[in-house]
Design a protein around this ligand. Structure first.
Ligand code: CUA
Length: 337
C-alpha cells in the first residue's frame, strides 16, 4: 500500500517495515493529541466565553484528573521508548554471519571493497536475502551512508570505523545518499545499491574478479614488514596475530579490549595507545604510510587468520567468549609442547 504513496520510500529490507510501523504510530498518536487539544480549545472557548452579568467561577485542582493525565502519557511514552529501543537494537546489531563489505568515503565519492575482492565506486552490488555488514571509514570529513529503502543511516567518520548492516529483500536499484553535509559536492555524493538475484550476483562477481581482500592484505602485511615482528611462532618481537581477531586482548595499561576492526586500525596508526601486555613499545606508527584501502585489506587479512573468523560482536557475551578462549589456549599449548 505504502509503495504507491510517494511520501514513503520503498520498503526493501525487513527493518523498513518496523521503522515505518513505529513512525506511523508516532504520527497517529501526535496527530490525535493535536486534534484533541484543538477541539478542546475551541470547545472551552465557546463554553466559558464571557457573558454579561455572569461571574467567572474559579475551578480548583482535581487529583484524579491530574493523575489520569500524567499516567496515560507516561504509559504511552514508555511504550514508544521500549518499541523504539527494540527497533534500534535490531537495526544496530549485525547478525554474526553477515558478509563484510568495506566502505571508504571521501569528498565526494563512495569507494566499496568486497571481501571477495571486487571494488566499486558509488555502487554496491549485493544478492537478495544476504546479511551485509558495512565497515566504513572516511578519508577526510564526516559523511553519512544513507539508504532510504533499507531505512538505515550511519555517520562515516575519519580515523575510525563505524558499522551498519542490512538485508535486502527485493531485487532492484536503490538510492544511496550522503546524509551529512560534507562540502561543495555533498549533494552529488550519491550512488546505487544494486540488489540482484543470487545467480545474477554470482555472474557479476565472476566478471569482477581481483582476488580476495585478505590476500591483498597478506601482501601488504609482508610489504610493510609487519610479518618480521608479528611472527606465527612465539619468537616474534610483536604478538602473534593468528586467532586474535574478535577475542579479548590484555593491554599493557591494564585494560582488556576486544580485537575488532577499530582495534586493528588504531594498532596500526597509533600502536602506543593500545600496546599488548608483555610486549615492548617498539612498533612504529604507520600513519601516512598506509592508505585506508590498505588498512581495510590488513583488517581483512587479520580476520582471515583468526580461527573461526567470527565477526566481532561488541555484544559478545562472556559465555560465548570463554569457550573460544579455552580452545585457543589449548591449541597454543599443544603447539608449544
Ligand atoms: Cu559526503 Cu555529504
Amino acid at each position: 500500500m505504502l509503495n504507491n504513496f510517494p511520501l514513503w520510500p520503498e520498503q526493501a529490507s525487513p527493518i523498513a517495515h518496523r521503522v515505518d510501523a513505529l513512525y506511523i504510530f508516532l504520527l497517529v498518536v501526535t496527530g490525535m493529541m493535536a486534534l484533541l487539544i484543538c477541539v478542546l480549545v475551541i470547545f472551552f472557548a465557546a463554553k466559558f466565553r464571557h457573558r454579561p452579568g455572569v461571574r467567572a467561577e474559579q475551578i480548583e485542582g482535581s487529583n484524579p484528573l491530574e493523575v489520569t493525565w500524567s499516567v496515560i502519557p507516561f504509559v504511552v511514552f514508555m511504550a514508544i521508548f521500549a518499541w523504539g529501543a527494540i527497533v534500534y537494537f535490531k537495526e544496530r546489531t549485525p547478525p554474526a554471519d553477515a558478509t563484510d563489505v568495506y566502505v571508504v568515503a571521501k569528498q565526494w565519492m563512495w569507494k566499496v571493497e568486497h571481501a571477495e575482492g571486487q571494488r566499486e565506486i558509488n555502487e554496491l552490488h549485493v544478492p537478495v536475502g544476504r546479511d551485509v555488514r558495512l565497515i566504513m571509514t572516511s578519508q577526510d570529513v564526516i559523511h553519512s551512508f544513507y539508504i532510504p529503502a533499507f531505512r538505515i543511516k550511519q555517520d562515516v567518520l575519519p580515523g575510525r570505523y563505524t558499522v551498519e548492516w542490512f538485508r535486502a529483500t527485493k531485487p532492484g536499484v536503490y538510492h544511496l545518499f550522503c546524509a551529512e553535509y560534507c562540502g561543495t559536492l555533498h549533494s552529488g555524493m550519491v550512488g546505487s545499491i544494486v540488489v540482484q538475484q543470487p545467480a545474477d550476483y554470482e555472474a557479476w562477481v565472476k566478471g569482477n574478479h581481483s582476488g580476495p581482500l585478505s590476500v591483498s592484505g597478506e601482501r601488504v602485511f609482508a610489504e610493510l614488514g609487519c610479518s618480521t615482528c608479528h611472527r606465527t611462532d612465539q619468537q616474534g618481537r610483536g604478538p602473534n596475530l593468528e586467532g586474535v581477531f574478535g577475542k579479548p586482548v590484555q593491554l599493557a595499561d591494564g585494560r582488556t579490549v576486544t580485537a575488532d576492526e577499530n582495534y586493528v586500525r588504531s594498532s596500526i596508526l597509533d600502536p602506543g595507545a593500545s600496546r599488548v601486555k608483555g610486549f615492548p613499545p617498539i612498533m612504529p606508527t604507520f600513519q601516512g604510510l598506509v592508505t585506508d584501502e590498505q588498512i581495510n585489506e590488513l583488517v581483512a587479512y587479520i580476520k582471515s587468520i583468526s580461527m573461526n573468523q567470527a565477526p566481532p560482536n561488541a555484544k559478545t557475551s562472556a559465555s560465548v567468549t570463554a569457550p573460544q578462549l579455552r580452545d585457543k589456549d589449548q591449541s597454543t599449548g599443544s603447539q608449544v609442547q
